[in-house]
Design a protein around this ligand. Structure first.
Ligand SMILES: [Zn+2]
Length: 266
């Protein structure tokens, strides 16, 4: 086929050139587009990395600024009665005074022991604290043991000796606690061992309030009868040793892990 001078071939060439330019232009646009997309993505990725790094840094910072968890066993020493409630009495002698006397030493002794932090519900005899509030002091502190310290009383003046009260459905920790405290007090010297008692004096299906309201292991130590002369003589002679002996038992039981994970037990 022959082409004239103004033939179509050159036109076609121009058209091809135009198309070529158009294609190149499109290609350039596409390449530029893709490359900008890629750089955008990589920026986002970098930003994410930055966010990650920042978060990690924050976490590390937070970890280092959070106070080291206090792993001490918290023991709440609870001298019974106070204020308008003097507890049992015998002549001039009142339970409220005796309780604080030996509880203060138990408290001080426990605070000397490694890994134990003792708190005390009262430090004077003129404050009245309801049993529910005493339990709340322990609960709020996250105590591992609530140790209620009392002295006993009976109309029968010959009634004597030591007993430890625990919850009505005594667990191993309650039994061990009662047993060890009684054994330790026996070694110091008591008139008689009245055993570990579960429940409430007149109703074994119920607990003493202080045991009922506390979220952790709790017991009541009845350190002799205030209504018995010989128990009082022994108390006056040995109350410091009794207190140290009780602290020894608690320290040993803490070390043996008896109070681990006892929260929410009755
Ligand atoms: Zn009492």
């Amino acid at each position: 086929m022959e082409y004239n001078k103004s033939g179509s071939r050159p036109v076609k060439r121009r058209l091809r050139k135009d198309r070529l330019f158009a294609c190149l232009a499109v290609l350039v646009i596409v390449i530029v587009g893709i490359s900008s997309l890629i750089s955008g993505c990589s920026k986002k990725a970098k930003n994410k990395d930055k966010e990650k790094t920042t978060k990690t840094d924050v976490q590390v910072t937070q970890q280092t600024t959070v106070p080291v968890e206090n792993n001490n066993y918290i023991i709440c020493v609870d001298p019974g009665h106070g204020g308008s409630d003097p507890g049992s009495n015998y002549g001039d002698r009142t339970e409220v005074v005796d309780n604080l006397k030996y509880a203060t030493i138990v408290y001080e002794e426990l605070n000397k022991r490694e890994g134990i932090e003792a708190i005390i519900t009262r430090t004077t005899n003129d404050v009245h604290i309801e049993n529910k509030e005493r339990a709340e002091i322990s609960n709020r502190a996250g105590a591992d043991l609530h140790l209620a310290l009392h002295r006993n009383q009976s109309e029968d003046s010959t009634a004597n000796g030591v007993e430890v009260w625990v919850q009505k459905e005594a667990e191993v920790v309650d039994e061990v606690l009662g047993y060890k405290i009684r054994e330790a007090l026996k070694e110091v010297g008591i008139q008689s061992d009245r055993g570990t008692q579960a429940g409430y004096t007149s109703d074994k299906q119920n607990n003493f309030q202080i045991i009922e309201y506390t979220d952790m292991t709790a017991c009541i130590v009845e350190l002799g009868f205030i209504s018995n002369d010989e128990d009082n003589r022994l108390f006056d002679k040995h109350y410091k040793e009794y207190a140290v002996a009780i602290a020894d038992v608690i320290e040993e039981m803490c070390a043996d892990g008896y109070f681990d994970d006892t929260s929410s037990d009755d």
